[in-house]
Design a protein around this ligand. Sequence first.
Ligand code: OGA
Ligand code: MN
Length: 212
Amino acid sequence: MKAFVIPNESTYDHIANRLVETGYCILPQLLSSPLNTALHRRVMNLDDDDFKPAGIGREIDFQLDGNIRRDETRWLSIENATDKAYLEAMSEFRLAINQRLFMGLFDYEAHYAHYAPGAFYKKHVDAFKGQSNRVLTTVLYLNNDWKTEDGGQLQLYKSDSNEIIETIEPDFGCFVIFLSEKFPHEVIKAQRDRFSIAGWFRLHDPLEAPLI
Ligand code: OGA
Ligand code: MN
């Protein structure tokens, strides 16, 4: 499925430069159109009960809090050919960024997210309490014909501030990358169904290493 992946060396050079200069990068399209289309078809074909209400925190810290977020999510799995094609594209991305920035990105996790009308995700940072090994966030949007009045924009804030530095429409194929710990961000209330894939490149967590 490698043929699906568009990004070339100069795309990765551009992304690496943006990450060094500003800490984020917004691309109107990163993946090939057939892969974007396959991912869109896949998310549209998932049933409501394939998604679970998203929580905050992990494992024993996990809580549902509808005042903070109202999206529903489903993890991608390599068992599914379309998910696998996306995860392979992200694996290639990881190696390309490590080559340029020595970030030591170790693995990647990603979920589909569905924001039903009225759903939002209040201002937050993508790093769990006591577990800040998420270093780079990605979001791929899978919505056709999104209009400003549909809401659902992603807003990036300046670090430790209420100043909004970017407002991003969740347009089909648009791919956003940012340093997970640096940018508080928020998803404005969506007025129609909004689909995306949110993902995180992580550093190696020594606590998860097998004992040798
Ligand atoms: C997240 C998130 C942003 C978006 O899932 O943590 O911030 O635009 N998503 O969907
Ligand atoms: Mn987030």
